[in-house]
Design a protein around this ligand. Sequence first.
Ligand SMILES: Cc1ncc(COP(=O)(O)O)c(C=O)c1O
Length: 460
Amino acid sequence: MSNGNRASEIAARLRERIETSSAGAKLPGVRELSKEFQASAATVSAALSELTALGLVRAEPGRGTFVANRGQLSEPDYSWQSQALDRARVDANRASRLGGYGTPDHIPLSWGYLAPELVPSEELHRIGSRAAKSSRAWMMTPPAGSPELRRILAAEYRADPNDVLVVSGGQQGLVFAMRTLAEPGATVITESPSYPGAILAAQSAGLELASVPADANGIMVDRLADELERTKARVIYIQPSYANPTGAVLSAERRTQVIELATRYGAFIIEDDWARHLGFEGQTPAPLFTEDPHGHVVSIFTLSKPASPGLRLGAVIARGPAGERLRASRTADDLCVAPIVQEIAHGLLTSNVWPRHLKRLRAELTTRRDALVSMIQSAMPSIRIPSVPQGGIHLWVRLPQGTSTQELSATAYQAGVLIGDGRHFFVDEPPAPFLRFSYGAATEAQMAEGIRRLSEAATD
Ligand SMILES: Cc1ncc(COP(=O)(O)O)c(C=O)c1O
């Protein structure tokens, strides 16, 4: 056990004792406690410091350590808050399914991030320790981000580095973009099914949502034209490459048409480019951003997907006055992304570890995708897989008509398996019975066990 854990363990034991002691009672001295817990004086001092930080004891130099006076608050009454708070903007049920949900014991058959063994951990440890030693990591960067990092992030988008705003992940980028490109009450059109986090971002910006169906070639442009006409929306949200949840890639023809529509209607396209590095075969289509010189496309990039869920770093890339507004309004939230995180991202993106990691990752994801597809096909033949994704980490499958995905995902949860209830991915239309699986979050052995439990749950 490490020293830190041992200190926390001693602190927990002392906490129990403090709970039954009266304020002002004196704790035994460090020497006595060291003897009692068979621990070094340094470990005991660390435990006492933890209790001091928790406000449970106070140290009086030269006199000892005493139980602090913990004045009890009266029984809380929050009922007034329900009057004060208006209707919630963000759908709490949808929100509860984002990020970390489930317990560490659940098998993640659906989760939007890489499993620990797919993260380049050792390299990140090395790059992280080097970053921590750099003095730049402990100073602020300009609000838009470190100039060196912005230059690297701009390259893939053939953008001017000044058009890049460094943010702490794609989700923050989505909120910034939705909030800055439209005023509360305006409408954002999103392809459907879509990423629930984008729906939440729109809700938190006070926007109305309109949906346009997507098929294997991405958003259906005729329907998009109708919806732009009907709603007068000036913001469209799409994921052109390996969409979450469908895996769809916007076809070359539709890419041109979407940009033409945005031009005709004077609209912005928020391009959620989260899977930029996750195309398996050949090249991921270039960002839509590179086909639009006039500032209609605002791209959102993230490192949390191809590198590590804990590397909370992304970018919003936007040209013209919209970009200026985005960069100006970010200081209302936060003055910059933690410089040490920017330093690590820069170190990763400029090291030879990065292309090596991506190559290995794509190969491994391809293997896991194939394994998951064949496990589903053999264990649950009534599930239909409309298309096998060529990139990204998600697999979108259809269940027989009439299946309740809500019930099935709840039963699976009880059986220790996380699956994505398709209902959360539909924007506003009545959902068809779909599930989202992911092949990046679990090992093949975990997937096999998860599918076994799920097929049992489905037949119960
Ligand atoms: C499509 C899509 N966009 C954006 C995000 C946001 O990711 P992050 O904030 O981790 O970069 C996610 C995460 O699940 C996603 O699936």
